[in-house]
Design a binder for this molecule. Structure first.
Ligand SMILES: [Zn+2]
Length: 140
């Protein structure tokens, strides 16, 4: 069953990320001064404070850095257990908290190779919003 997907609210600082997501591309900011790849998407470098960033198309690939299986949870998510919450370390460096989808939760492991998938997301009124970044395992 599909995990709930709440649409994000794009703003002027992260718009390139969401425009990329609409096309299925993972677009991230990189600091022009120190080359740090920034997550979550914003136009200020958390490493050096520079506000000079350039957006680039990332590979969308990474590895599972850590993961946990949620088997019981109250509320709307109770219908979709078990599911995997993970930190994915992108090949470009950042670690992203995310869900691993299209998987057998019992067979997701640290080090598994993953790729970005963008899932349809809806807002409070049930209208569709920018797709949500999640990951699926490509190699365990
Ligand atoms: Zn920087």
């Amino acid at each position: 069953m599909k995990l709930p997907a709440k649409a994000a609210q794009p703003n002027s600082e992260n718009l390139p990320f969401f425009e990329g997501a609409e096309k299925g591309d993972l677009v991230l900011p990189r600091c022009d001064d120190c080359d740090f790849v920034i997550w979550f998407p914003r136009e200020i470098c958390p490493e050096c404070g520079s506000q000079k960033v350039s957006w680039f198309k990332a590979s969308g690939k990474g590895s599972i850095y850590s993961s946990t299986v949620t088997r019981r949870i109250p509320g709307g998510w109770s219908k979709v257990t078990p599911f995997v919450l993970a930190y994915v370390e992108l090949d470009e460096g950042p670690r992203v908290m995310t869900n691993i989808v299209e998987c057998d939760p019992e067979h997701v492991s640290i080090g598994d190779r993953v790729e970005a998938v963008f899932e349809e997301a809806t807002n409070r009124d049930g209208e569709s919003g920018p797709p949500l970044l999640r990951f699926r395992v490509t190699e365990s």
